[in-house]
Ligand binder design. Sequence first.
Ligand code: GAL
Length: 359
Amino acid sequence: MRVPRVLRWIAACVVVLATGTACGGPEISVAAPDRGTVGIVMPTTKSARWISDGKSMEQQFQLLGYKTDLKYAEDDVKGQISQIQAMIDAKVRALVIASVDGGALKDVLASAGAAQIPVIAYDRLIRDTPNVDYYATFDNFKVGVLQARYIVKRLGLPRSKGPFTIELFAGSPDDNNAGVFFNGSMSVLRPYLSSGQIRVLSDETDFKQVATMRWDGALAKQRMARLLRGPLNGKALDGVLSPYDGLSRGILEAVQADSGRQPPVITGQDAELDSVKLIASGEQAETVYKDTRELAKVAVQMASSRLSGGTPEVNDTKQYDNGVKVVPAFLLQPVDVDRTNYRRVLVDGGYYTADQLAG
Ligand code: GAL
């Protein structure tokens, strides 16, 4: 796979600053310069991935000579706004933000704009504001496509007539990603719903009906339990489209509490350790792995290049219209992971150790 220029660049810079040597040049002894502080604002510590994202960015910014102020909002929208305002007041050089509510930061980011602080939207698009400079993320539509394709493949479609029964779950309605994932999945599923090869017995197929506020696994579990008591009572359930591992685990708990039920094909996202263990044991079928270390590199490159007067590398200038402008983005590629490849991708790829998966 071709390593994007941005990733090669950052790897080289990290070596330079870590060792005090110039890249490919003679040894020089330089201490990392003090370049000021970058504010990193993450949504929650409830999901392991955001902890990894935060840590990776802290390390990478520090290697480049920046101090970091890393804050978690614990899914509190107002709390996140206060954290950002405090960072603006403290004159951070740049902000990297994974929003709780992507549409709620307009006012606070107007202050960032007035103070000429560059803003990078991290993983989740920040909506309805001109004051977002770049967007570091994955191909989110493709994430949804991979999840739905996995279900389709495991059900033996398009050959098999079915009909198969699935239920749909989506993420938080205030997170732009949730709709993009869902649209990606529906682009694959819709023809099978039309042909009748796949049925959704609850009839809940609109984003609004299947969305899960704040990506809360407990809410997904409740909804799944309601469907199992209601429209699915006494009926088979062959698959569940779940966009995120935290929801998948809640859904799985509800299914497992319904005695005698055959496990459906359940998808997920983030390759969270607890879900990878469930994939290894055959309970969760799939997850979409997004290497947070790589995403951190992209965001760090965007911020540092912007701060040093350069132009950050982007590879998408069309897809991410935030309602005010199209935000230039760098999209990384998500990877489908299941029982057949999790060791190769996650252990050989250094994301987890074999011990972590065994523990
Ligand atoms: C999304 C993100 C997913 C997952 C989810 C819940 O915005 O893209 O990877 O982490 O939030 O945290």
